[in-house]
Design a protein around this ligand. Sequence first.
Ligand code: AMP
Ligand code: GLY
Length: 423
Amino acid sequence: MKVLIVGSGGREHAIAWKVAQSPRAEEIYCAPGNAGIEEYAQCVDIGAMEFEKLADFAQEKGIDLTIIGMDDPLVGGIVDVFEDRGLRVFGPRKNAAILEGSKAFSKDLMKKYGIPTAAYENFDDPQKALAYLETARFPIVLKADGLALGKGVLICNTLQEAQEGVRSIMMDKKFGSAGNTMVIEEFMTGREVSVLSYVDGKTIKTMTSAQDHKRAQDGDQGLNTGGMGTFSPSPFYTKEVDEFCKSHIYQATVDAMAKEGREFKGIIFFGLMLTKDGPRVLEYNARFGDPEAQVVLPRMKNDILEVMEACVDGTLDQVDLQFEDNAAVCVVLASDGYPVSYEKGYVIRGLENFKDKDGYYVFHAGTKKTDKGIVTNGGRVLGVTAKGKDLKEARANAYEAVKLVEFDNKYYRHDIGKAIDEA
Ligand code: AMP
Ligand code: GLY
């Protein structure tokens, strides 16, 4: 098979690595890709939002399957463009990617179909939102409706903070048109778990659980980031939690989308909060998490192309999805100063240490090939993943592996997976 992967981050590197394991993969391309992905795929200089150019490329090369890694092209309708040209593509169409693309849509869907989530109201008029806040309880959560690079959620402790939040999102348009509509939601507490799943329109198969660390600094301090590290599985995702989610959340979401005429094929990422009243959906994403993919995919036993093709063909019920009975931890190596301001262009040393080192992986996020060698080229630079027989061993291995690679202004959290000590 000839495969094209669309995206350029650590998640797409993990997908490319996994695709390369498949005996069915003959040629792998990635657009636009990055310096690490080049090891497995031929990188093509076409942007992820250039749908027509990507489809032209897929047609010219005779690509058998295109895998969309990122949210923006999915929400923008890349799958529809490919399907209209008769090209096989893994991911939801635009009318289904709205599950991630509009938080107001996903909240209304959950309410209509009785899927457990926080109480909320949607607003498209800032004056009404401000009036609503006058009688609200705090803390309260404000969410820009659309995609906002993971920054569109504000947790507000006071009325004043919330009023400022409404003004900045809905009136000053801090996140552009993503803030035309806003969700105001009850604040919940509990542990967060990510559960990713493959979906073929009818059948859903969940993957092993994972947990992200979104804040920049140790102890969950500092600003929100794209994700500073992950571990998998989550020890808090117990059998009881799984059973509850299977009965009330997973299949219910797939069925709800089908009933709405929005058949979902691809990945559904369930962001869950385990509250004292049971699991609640925080958010849906329509793609792999980054850096969740970097711990989940190394533990997946199946041939990813077989599973993805089953999603496209509607035969996922025939797939026996299996994960290794071990654990993985990913520590993100960032540029000091991320997510605010940071320097780039530093040479990365030691990448070769990961070659043929079983159970250890270095996934590139923001890197670039130059005549000096591979240099840092982003806030999140690399994701270092290690497996172990259990979470403790995986964490120790990951922090050993972090020392194998060096660059100036290297920054990382020291407490990825620390929560497992409380399990
Ligand atoms: P989201 O993009 O919806 O996942 O929100 C980003 C983060 O905000 C989540 O991972 C949670 O940490 C937090 N969050 C979102 N919604 C709520 C809520 N209703 N109560 C408490 N925290 C929340
Ligand atoms: N790691 C969270 C996300 O990919 O949205």
